[in-house]
Ligand binder design. Structure first.
Ligand code: PLP
Length: 397
C-alpha cells in the first residue's frame, strides 16, 4: 500500500470527518485521467461521481467559465442574466417541454429540496419513494432517501413519505391514493449500484400517479445529461412524460449547479416568496452548463457514450468474477461473485484506476463521457489482475 500523502495527513486535522479518510490526494486531471500529489496517473472511472461529463480540464469548460467570470461572475436572483435564461430554454428544449419552467440551485439535494417544496404546493403532503433510493442529504431530500444509516441519526425528518420496493408495480398500486402529492423515482438507482427497473415500470408509475392526480417526479440527478446515452434516462423509454425532473451532477461538468424542471401546472406551483437561493443559476455555473450541453452536441458525446458504454459493458461482462452487468451508456453497475468490491477499489488504485464500490459486492462505473477506447482497453487488460488480487485479499482477511 502507498503511504498517505502530505495533503492526506493534513486533511484529518482540518476537515470534518464526514467522508472517512480520503483514499488519495489528487492534484490535476486531463480527459479521463487524473494525477495524485505524488505524480501517479490514474484512469478515472468515477468522474467525481458521474459529474465530470467532459472529463478534467476540458478546454470548452475552462474557456466558458473563464470568459463568464471575467465578464460577470455573480449577481443574485434580483437580476436576470443571459446564460441563465438560455440554459433554462435549452433544458426545456432537450426535455421537449413547451410549458415548462426551471428553478436553478447548486446541487442535487437542493434540486430535490425545491421539488419537494413544489409538491407541498399541490395541497397534498404525502410522497411515495422507493426502497434503495438516494435523493440527497439535506433534511427534505433525506426524508426521501431510504437508507436507514443515513436517516436514523437525523429523525424526525419532514414526514409523510411512504417507501415501496423499487420495480414493484403492485406495491405502487397499493400505496398511491388521492392523498399523494408525488411519486418520486430514479429512472435507474445510482447510489444503490445502478439498479435498472423492468422496462414497463416507469410507465406503470406514470399511469398510477396520473390516475390519482399525483405528480410523477423523476430524479435524474445522476442519470441525466447524456450519462445513459440519451439526454435523460426516461427518454430511453417510450411515452414517459414526468411532471418534474431534477438534475445536477453532470450538468455543470464539475461546476456546482442543480436544476428543478417542471411542466404544466407543476411549473407554476412555486410562486414569488415560496423558494429562493443566493447562488442558484449564477452566470458562471449556467455558462459552464451551456458549455457542457454545447460540447455534448458538437462532439456527439451521446453517440460516444453509447459506443463506449457498449465497450465497457462488453469488457465487464466477460470478466471472471463478474456475474451481472446492469445499466445503460456510461452508467454501469456490476455484481461480483463475492464481497470483495472494496478490495477491488484498493487494488484498482494500486494498478492506476479509480474505481467505486456501492456495496460489498457491487462496483459502479460512471467515467467521463469523453473516455477513450484505449482507456477502456487498458481497463480490460488490468481488470483480471485487479479482481484476482481483491478476491485473494478478501479471502485472507
Ligand atoms: C448524487 C445524487 C443526489 C444528491 O446530489 P448532491 O449534489 O450530492 O446533493 C440526488 N439524487 C441522485 C439520484 C443522486 O445520484
Amino acid at each position: 500500500m502507498t503511504p498517505p500523502s502530505e495533503v492526506q495527513e493534513r486533511y484529518s486535522g482540518a476537515v470534518m470527518n464526514t467522508f472517512g479518510p480520503p483514499a488519495l490526494a489528487l492534484a490535476r486531471g486531463e480527459g479521463a485521467h487524473v494525477w495524485d500529489t505524488d505524480g501517479k496517473e490514474y484512469v478515472d472511472l468515477l468522474a467525481g461521481i458521474a459529474v465530470n461529463a467532459l472529463g478534467h480540464a476540458h478546454p470548452a469548460l475552462v474557456e466558458a467559465v473563464t470568459a463568464q467570470l471575467s465578464t460577470l461572475g455573480h449577481v443574485s436572483n434580483f437580476f436576470a442574466t443571459e446564460p441563465q435564461v438560455t440554459l433554462a430554454e435549452r433544458l426545456l428544449g432537450l426535455l421537449g417541454w413547451t410549458d415548462g419552467r426551471v428553478f436553478f440551485s447548486n446541487s442535487g439535494t437542493e434540486a430535490n429540496e425545491a421539488a419537494l417544496k413544489l409538491t407541498r404546493r399541490t395541497g397534498r403532503t404525502r410522497l411515495i419513494a422507493a426502497e434503495g433510493s438516494f435523493h440527497g442529504r439535506t433534511m427534505g431530500a433525506l426524508a426521501l432517501t431510504s437508507k436507514a444509516a443515513y436517516r436514523e441519526p437525523f429523525q424526525p425528518l419532514p414526514g409523510d413519505v411512504t417507501f415501496v420496493p423499487y420495480d414493484d408495480v403492485a406495491a405502487l398500486e397499493a400505496a398511491v391514493d388521492d392523498t399523494v402529492a408525488a411519486v418520486v423515482l430514479e429512472p435507474m438507482q445510482g447510489e444503490a449500484g445502478v439498479i435498472v427497473p423492468s422496462p414497463d415500470y416507469l410507465a406503470a408509475a406514470q399511469r398510477i400517479a396520473r390516475s390519482h392526480g399525483a405528480l410523477l417526479w423523476l430524479d435524474e440527478v445522476q442519470t441525466g445529461i447524456a450519462r445513459t446515452g440519451a439526454w435523460f434516462a426516461h427518454q430511453l423509454l417510450d411515452g414517459i412524460e414526468p411532471d418534474v425532473v431534477t438534475l445536477a451532477k453532470g450538468l455543470g461538468g464539475g461546476i456546482p449547479i442543480g436544476a428543478t424542471v417542471a411542466r404544466g401546472e407543476a411549473a407554476t406551483l412555486l410562486q414569488p416568496g415560496n423558494h429562493g437561493t443566493t447562488f442558484g443559476g449564477n452566470p458562471v455555473a449556467t455558462a459552464a452548463a451551456l458549455a457542457v450541453l454545447d460540447t455534448i452536441e458538437s462532439d456527439d458525446l451521446l453517440g460516444a457514450t453509447l459506443a463506449r458504454g457498449d465497450q465497457l459493458a462488453g469488457l465487464l461482462a466477460k470478466q471472471a468474477g463478474i456475474v451481472e452487468v446492469a445499466g445503460a451508456g456510461l452508467m454501469r453497475g456490476v455484481e461480483l461473485d463475492g464481497p470483495y468490491a472494496v478490495q477491488a477499489v484498493a487494488a484498482g488504485r494500486e494498478a492506476g484506476f479509480i474505481l467505486n464500490a456501492t456495496g460489498p459486492s457491487r462496483l459502479r462505473f460512471v467515467p467521463p463521457l469523453v473516455i477513450t477506447e484505449s482507456d477502456l482497453d487498458a481497463l480490460d487488460a488490468a481488470l483480471p489482475a485487479i479482481l484476482d488480487t481483491a478476491r485473494a485479499q478478501e479471502a485472507s482477511s
